[in-house]
Design a protein around this ligand. Structure first.
Ligand code: S3P
Length: 427
């Protein structure tokens, strides 16, 4: 796809699609609960559709019409042994959270995904789930898909996770819902807490004590109504576009502002961006607001430690932002980038270099020197099949002179099917 380049201004208002993490969890908890769950502003991206498909194969009645989803909860013991393989597509969240739920079911299931999923470490969830009593087999000792799992009769577990990962935390806590006793997860840094908030919304109980989260099983969940806030990880592409494209002003409506996700706002603020948040309110259990960003003069920052889990998915677009900031931006403590949809240290550095960025990979992140003009004389960039790399490159092209083609642009449909239409609406 040919990308818009040399853009003179981006102006307008966008309502970004529903949050991916929250959309997955709404379907999953809705499937486990007793009674009906209605989900509004659901993300109909490929990843969340994979979650719906897997739960249908587990016998759950789910109707999806655009951004509205109705789940008829299966209730306790209501999931059925699937007659077909569960295909998670490109979705790591589906794979890992689903394994947590399957660990609690007294039947057999097989789980597969696409080429990218086949490279992503599953041992981080299969290890604690095995400790709880699930029988899991799979490629390379159960560290990679394809996996097969036979669950049931789980023991509670006190688990200290070596990584700050909401997928690991959620998988163990979801399995904990099917035990008799208290299951806890302790993390090195706090990861996103959507599972905790949503279990409570469904009438369950979750305790948080510092970096330890626990659930007492068994718990009964009741169907509910959920409005899914706009995904701040999708908004991030336009927040950065608004800050770096000349003469721009973009408002993003109804964006989720959960503090475990707002690291991008902290970074933009520290860099000196002109950004304002209005109309902050609570939608059920998640804070939501409108964000306006204008073209800004930016300075470099250091990003690491506790901030990393709060912006892990935004690092590709933050790397682009840093190319337009005065000074050297250092991103560290971010080795987790290597096990995302692609090795994002490698893909970000490779693709931004093609456009003339002064960027270097490090062991646990990257270093970016700015401010550098980007150029694009007939250059071909590649999403590598990674939605967030594709969208970052489309924003990069906006400030590049020349022409750029994006290969594998269709990858954006994983989290933001209307991304290119929304970008064009601002031109
Ligand atoms: C997610 C957690 C994060 C994030 C992913 C979604 C979730 O992954 O990168 O896009 O919904 O729990 P990790 O838990 O592996 O950090």
């Amino acid at each position: 796809m040919q990308l818009p380049t040399n853009v003179s201004s981006l102006r307008g208002m966008i309502e970004v699609p529903g949050d991916k993490s929250i959309s997955h969890r709404a379907v999953m908890l809705g499937a486990l609960a007793s009674g009906r769950t209605v989900i509004d502003h659901f993300l109909p991206g490929a990843d969340c559709l994979s979650t719906i498909d897997c739960f249908r194969k587990l016998g759950v009645d789910i109707r999806q019409d655009g951004t509205t989803v109705v789940v008829e909860g299966a209730g306790p013991g209501g999931l059925r042994e699937p007659a077909a393989v569960l295909d998670v597509g490109n979705s790591g969240t589906t794979a890992r959270l689903l394994l947590g739920i399957l660990a609690g079911q007294p039947f057999h299931a097989c789980l597969v995904g696409d080429e990218s999923i086949a490279k992503r470490p599953m041992g981080r969830v299969t290890k604690p789930l095995r400790e709880m009593g699930a029988r899991i087999d799979g490629r390379e000792g159960g560290n990679y898909t394809p996996l097969s799992i036979r669950g049931g009769a789980l023991r509670p577990l006190r688990y200290t996770s070596p990584v700050a990962s909401a997928q690991v935390k959620s998988a163990v806590l979801l399995a904990g819902l099917f035990t008799d006793g208290v299951t806890s997860v302790t993390e090195p840094h706090r990861s996103r807490d959507h599972t905790e908030r949503m279990v409570r919304l469904f009438g369950g109980e979750v305790n948080v004590d510092g970096l330890t989260v626990s659930v007492a099983g068994p718990q009964r969940l009741r169907g509910t109504h959920i409005y899914v806030p706009g995904d701040i990880s999708s908004a991030a592409f336009f927040l950065v576009a608004g800050a770096i494209v000349p003469n721009s002003e973009i408002t993003l409506k109804n964006v989720g502002l959960n503090p475990t996700r707002t690291g991008i706002i902290d970074v933009l603020t520290q860099m000196g961006a002109d950004i304002a948040i209005d109309n902050v309110r609570n939608e059920e259990t998640e804070p939501v607001g409108d964000i306006t960003v204008r073209t800004s003069t930016l300075r470099a920052v250091e990003i690491g430690g506790d901030l990393i889990p709060r912006l892990i998915d935004e690092i590709p677009i933050i790397a682009l932002l840093a190319t337009q900031a005065e000074g050297t931006t250092v991103i560290k403590d971010a080795s987790e980038l290597k096990v995302k949809e692609t090795n994002r240290i490698h893909t970000v550095v490779t693709e931004l270099k093609k456009l003339g960025a002064d960027i270097e990979a490090t062991d646990d992140g990257m270093m970016i020197r700015g401010k550098t003009p980007l150029y694009a004389d007939g250059i071909v960039v590649d999403s590598h099949g990674d939605h967030r790399i594709g969208m970052m490159l489309a924003v990069a092209a906006c400030i590049a002179k020349g022409t750029v083609r994006l290969e594998r642009s269709e990858a954006v449909a994983v989290s933001y099917p209307a991304f290119f239409a929304d970008l064009r609406s601002l031109l």
